[in-house]
Design a protein around this ligand. Structure first.
Ligand code: ASP
Length: 315
């Protein structure tokens, strides 16, 4: 059981809830790897996904997670729905709410849109990414990957590199890793690092060699061109030269450092393709596997809170 009723962000999620999700997810990983039958847990429940932005892995991952738990899953195609006809986000939500789903997974291009929606509906709402704000299940799956590879989730040096300014993944990871007492370094061009971010307790540098020094974890981010409205970088070639991760830059990190990327990847822009595929360093495929397990745990724990009838916290 979680102390919150919705999963809107890591900011409002206490460390005990984070650990409860990771522990249950761990059990799902083991069952999945053994090829054990689907564990059930959400039979008779319904899960609706609403993606107002494109998604490949997150959407598929939530859908698979719901199905493995025995839920009825409905994917609303928001491009072909009445949104095109001008219906507002809230009207769409209220219409869906009248169908009484148990769980609603939402991705939206506007920061805060998912929080707003959660105030209007009765079901448990899960934020699958809202603008530049948060992407909580991504940070949770990253945390599970790190904990399994490093054996702990404290006192690690984590370098988060690239387009921090436009990244909800970076924000959720900074919040989660910060709550669990890790050292976080943000590395990227000054134009892609939000002013004042140091107040979140992170170190900032535009020098990859310094940023990666003795790092346990190197997390690369995609250059989010679709969110850029000006010239944030001189050219992709120049960007790769200074900030793209290759074997030479990675040599500054600890010899057992792992390489992560939330996907989708721009090979040859933020990361060298060969390094991304190097199973001795890159855990990118494992992140995808952990995504299903973490989403199963989130769905199950939020649904359990609902059956209790009390509703838990109020975020
Ligand atoms: N898939 C992640 C997100 O939805 C990262 C990215 O798009 O670069 O934020």
């Amino acid at each position: 059981m979680l102390s919150v009723r919705h999963l809107l962000g890591i900011e409002s999620l206490p460390p005990d809830d984070i650990l409860a999700i990771l522990d249950l997810a761990e059990r799902h990983v083991e069952l999945g790897r053994r090829g054990a039958p689907a564990p059930g847990g959400l039979e008779g429940r319904s899960l609706v996904t609403m993606f107002f932005e494109p998604s490949t892995r997150t959407r598929a991952s939530f859908e698979l997670a719901g199905q493995r738990l025995g839920a009825h899953v409905l994917n609303m195609s928001m491009t072909s729905s009445s949104l095109k006809k001008g219906e507002s986000l809230i009207d769409t939500a209220l219409t869906l709410n009248a169908m009484r789903p148990d769980l609603l997974v939402v991705r939206h291009p506007a920061s805060g849109a998912v929080n707003l929606l959660a105030q209007k509906v009765d079901c448990a709402v899960i934020n699958a990414g809202d603008g530049r704000h948060e992407h909580p299940t991504q940070a949770l799956l990253d945390a599970l990957t790190i904990r399994r590879r490093k054996g702990r989730l404290q006192r690690l040096t984590v370098a988060i590199c690239g387009d921090i300014a436009h990244s909800r993944v970076a924000r959720s990871n900074i919040l989660l890793l910060g709550k669990l007492d890790n050292r976080i370094r943000l590395v990227g061009p000054r134009t892609l690092i939000p002013a004042g971010i140091e107040t979140l307790g992170v170190e900032v540098t535009d020098d990859m060699a310094r940023g990666l020094e003795d790092a346990d974890v190197v997390m690369m981010l995609r250059l989010q061109r679709e969110r850029m409205d000006g010239g944030f970088i001189p050219s992709e070639r120049e960007y790769y030269h200074r900030f793209g991760l290759d074997a030479a830059k990675l040599a500054r990190a600890r010899p057992d450092a792992i390489v992560m990327h939330p996907g989708p990847m721009n090979r040859g822009v933020e990361i060298d393709g060969t390094l991304a595929d190097d199973i001795n360093r890159s855990v990118i495929q494992e992140q995808v596997e952990m995504g299903v397990a973490v989403r199963m745990a989130v769905l199950e724990l939020l649904a359990r809170g609902r059956s209790r009838g009390a509703g838990g916290g109020d975020d």
